[in-house]
Design a protein around this ligand. Structure first.
Ligand SMILES: [Zn+2]
Length: 233
């Protein structure tokens, strides 16, 4: 085999690893985004549970206000009752007071119900928050692992790029340029011909290509795809 071919095969091996590492690096943000989507469901559950707590608190406030209003009315009616000297008015006021007191009892019952609902809502929120925290911890671990992976790949990439540079340096510039042009289009530029078939395009090469390879004096390209070829017999 031509020494240039041996050199190119080594360069190509590095170039293919460089491509693979570059792709792996490019995929990392996708993996990170995917990891973060795991949080969405738990975050939504926390938001919903928070909303239920808030709504229940508002209901309780509103009931308390209703109770306060009725108690003020009761107080006012009792004052009126205290001041009146007419028996029928006294009795009428007494009935009204009882009616408002009945209202207050109903409101207090419903306040109690809402207080229980609030306890349940708070427990629900706590459960949702715990689950989110658990998922967050797992996602953080995944993100950290991905960061470490990216750092590792980057280090390896730098190393291989250096190696590639050293391996490419002694290659004849025209040959290297030809190789680079083909590699940039096809991701492999140097392929074997086996049983007369090009390993790149899988087309049978013409006999002059085989002859040229047997002479082994110059770089030979596949007549179909243009890749640089070498012979396996
Ligand atoms: Zn070919």
């Amino acid at each position: 085999m031509l020494p240039a071919l041996t050199q190119l095969l080594q360069v190509q091996e590095r170039d293919q690893r460089i491509l693979k590492f570059q792709k792996d690096l490019k995929d990392i943000p996708l993996h990170q985004a995917r990891a973060r989507t795991q949080l969405a469901g738990d975050q939504a559950a926390v938001e919903k549970a928070t909303q239920v707590v808030k709504e229940t608190e508002v209901k309780i406030k509103s009931i308390e206000l209703d109770i306060q209003t009725r108690q003020n009315t009761i107080k006012r009616l009792q004052d009126q009752q205290f001041e009146t000297r007419k028996n029928d008015e006294f009795a009428a006021l007494g009935h009204e007071i009882q009616r408002y007191q009945g209202d207050v009892r109903t409101l207090e019952d419903s306040e109690l119900e809402q207080m229980e609902a609030l306890e349940a809502a708070k427990a629900g929120l706590k459960t949702a928050q715990d689950k989110l925290a658990e998922t967050q911890a797992r996602v953080n671990d995944e993100l950290k692992a991905l960061d470490e992976r990216a750092t590792g790949i980057q280090a390896r990439l730098t190393e291989i790029q250096k190696e590639r540079g050293e391996l490419a340096a002694p290659v004849d510039p025209d040959t290297l340029e030809l190789y680079t042009r083909i590699f940039s289009k096809k991701s492999d530029a140097v392929v074997a011909i086996e049983n007369g078939v090009c390993g790149g395009c899988h087309v049978k090469v013409v006999s002059s290509t085989i002859q040229s390879l047997r002479q082994g004096t110059s770089i030979t390209q596949c007549d179909s795809c243009g890749r640089i070829v070498y012979l396996i017999e």
